[in-house]
Design a binder for this molecule. Structure first.
Ligand SMILES: Nc1ncnc2c1ncn2[C@@H]1O[C@H](COP(=O)(O)OP(=O)(O)OP(=O)(O)O)[C@@H](O)[C@H]1O
Length: 236
C-alpha cells in the first residue's frame, strides 16, 4: 500500500476562516493519531483527505489517488464522524445496509459489524431511540462494515464509559494486528499510546508536530498536562 494520506501545502478556507494553512504530511500505514486543540483544523484535514471538501490550494492523495477526482477510492475506507449524523427515522440496520451498498460490501457484513460493537439487538430499532453510547457504537460499526483497508475515526471514544473505552481500543488493536490501518482524531489519546505508530498535531491550521509516535509521546503528554503541573508532581 502507498501512504494512506499524502498532503502537500494543503489549504482550506471557508470564506474568511483559514481552517488549513499549508499542511504537509505523509501519513503511513499503521495507526496514526491526529491531535490538537479545538478548532485547530483536524476534522477539516480529514474531510479534505477524504475528498468531501475541495482544497483551496495544495494537493492531497488518499491511497495514492486524488480523492476529489477519484471518489471511488473511498470504497476502501471506513469513516465515522463525531458527532455521527444519521437519519433519525431509519433503523440501525437500514443505515448500515445503506453504508454497505455505498462501499460495495455484502449485506451479511452488516450483522457482523453490528455484533462487533454489540448493537445487534438494536439493529431493527429506530436510531432516534438509541442512547448516545449506542449511537457511537453504530457510527463505529458503520466504519467497520465490509472490513475496509483503512478506518478513519473522529473521536472514537467520545460518549463511552470506561469499560466501553477498553473494549473499543481492544477492537482497534485487534484489527490493526490484522493489517488494517487507522487514522484517529482523539482528544482522549492515552488509551491509544501503545498502539500508535505515527502522530500529527494540527493547531491553527498548521502541522505543529509530526513523527513516530514513540518519539513524540513525551512532548504530547506535556502539551496535554494541565498548566502548573509537571512530571515530578504527577509521579507523587
Ligand atoms: N463547514 C465549515 N464551514 C465554515 N467553517 C468551518 C467549517 N468546518 C470547519 N470550519 C472552521 O474551521 C476551523 C477548523 O475546524 P475543525 O472542525 O477542522 O477543527 P478541529 O481541530 O476538528 O476541532 P475540534 O477538536 O473542536 O473538533 C474552525 O474555525 C471551524 O469553525
Amino acid at each position: 500500500m502507498s501512504a494512506v494520506i499524502e498532503a502537500r501545502d494543503l489549504h482550506k478556507y471557508f470564506g474568511p476562516i483559514r481552517a488549513l494553512q499549508g499542511v504537509t504530511v505523509e501519513i503511513p500505514e499503521g495507526l496514526t493519531l491526529i491531535l490538537g486543540p479545538n478548532g485547530g483544523g483536524k476534522s477539516t484535514f480529514m474531510k479534505v483527505a477524504l475528498g468531501l471538501y475541495k482544497p483551496t490550494k495544495g494537493t492531497v492523495r488518499l491511497l495514492g489517488k486524488d480523492p476529489w477526482r477519484h471518489p471511488e477510492v473511498r470504497k476502501s475506507i471506513g469513516v465515522a464522524f463525531d458527532p455521527g449524523r444519521f437519519p433519525k427515522l431509519t433503523t440501525g440496520r437500514e443505515w448500515l445496509e445503506f453504508i454497505a451498498r455505498t462501499r460495495g460490501a455484502n449485506p451479511d457484513d452488516v450483522e457482523k459489524a453490528a455484533r462487533l460493537f454489540g448493537i445487534e439487538d438494536a439493529l431493527d430499532r429506530r436510531i432516534d431511540g438509541y442512547s448516545s453510547g449506542m449511537v457511537k457504537r453504530l457510527s463505529l460499526a458503520q466504519a467497520f462494515v465490509g472490513e475496509p483497508e483503512v478506518v478513519f475515526l473522529d473521536e472514537p471514544l467520545a460518549n463511552l464509559d470506561f469499560e466501553s473505552v477498553a473494549e473499543i481500543v481492544g477492537i482497534i488493536g485487534k484489527w490493526k494486528g490484522r493489517g488494517r490501518s487507522f487514522v484517529l482524531i482523539s482528544h482522549i489519546w492515552e488509551p491509544f499510546e501503545r498502539l500508535a505508530d505515527y502522530g500529527v498535531v494540527i493547531s491553527g491550521g498548521k502541522v505543529y508536530l509530526k513523527g513516530e509516535f514513540g518519539e513524540m509521546a513525551g512532548e504530547i503528554a506535556a502539551m496535554f498536562r494541565p498548566p502548573g503541573t509537571d512530571t515530578a508532581q504527577n509521579s507523587k
